[in-house]
Design a protein around this ligand. Structure first.
Ligand SMILES: Cc1cc2nc3c(=O)[nH]c(=O)nc-3n(C[C@H](O)[C@H](O)[C@H](O)COP(=O)(O)O)c2cc1C
Length: 189
């Protein structure tokens, strides 16, 4: 697959087959991830891989509980818009995928979030090239940063989980989401 083809055909996949993603494939994706640019080449990204559906279901339930509580308390107006989904016991924020790659850092710095998201995009494009689907899961960021789960996934207290990315074999490819034309605010020559 050519690079531009991958850029244009990547979609956020929300339905996966039961086929497991093997270790060699995940390692190849991580190798692509770490080719991303990083501020002063600090390469702050660290990777935690979760390949237990039961564990992911547990994280999902905890995330939904917290987000719902915030929505009810109206402390997070964004959560309110997802209330119906979050109240559905069948809804799994990880869409029953078998693999979650959490990209995080041991210490957060000015540019570490940017570095990790650039690594995440490399991983997602490499996965697309390999016939895999991916989806960034912002819903998971809160729960992954609780002290217990940080410890479970190997992040120190000082660390942060930044970019949770699902990886799996797509059951169905979503229709492309439309994109607005680039809005250029200024172009000084
Ligand atoms: C930072 C970030 C967080 C996201 N969080 C979620 C999420 O929690 N759940 C989900 O289903 N999709 C999530 N997405 C995927 C977006 O909804 C998706 O990228 C967008 O709708 C465009 O669709 P496309 O990726 O198929 O082009 C997230 C994407 C990004 C970049």
């Amino acid at each position: 697959m050519q690079l531009l083809e991958a850029i244009h055909s990547r979609r956020s996949v929300r339905a996966y087959t039961d086929r497991e993603v093997d270790e060699a494939t995940i390692r190849a994706l991580l190798h692509a991830a770490v080719q991303a640019p990083s501020a002063i080449n600090t390469q702050p990204w660290r990777f935690s891989i979760v390949q237990s559906k039961a564990r992911l279901r547990h994280y999902s339930d905890r995330a939904k509980e917290t987000m719902l509580a915030r929505a009810h308390a109206a402390t997070d107006p964004r959560a309110a818009q997802f209330m119906e989904l979050l109240e559905d016991p069948a809804f799994n924020i990880f869409y029953d995928a078998g693999t979650l790659v959490v990209i995080g850092v041991e210490t957060r710095t000015t540019y570490s979030d940017a570095d990790c998201w650039l690594a995440a995009q490399n991983l997602m494009l490499a996965a697309c090239d390999a016939g895999l689907g991916t989806c960034a899961i912002g819903f998971a960021v809160g729960v992954l940063n609780t002290p217990e789960i940080k410890a479970e996934i190997g992040l120190p207290e000082s660390g942060a989980a930044l970019a949770p990315i699902l990886v799996g074999y797509p059951l169905a490819m979503p229709d492309p989401m439309s994109r607005d034309e680039p809005r250029v605010l200024s172009w000084t020559r």
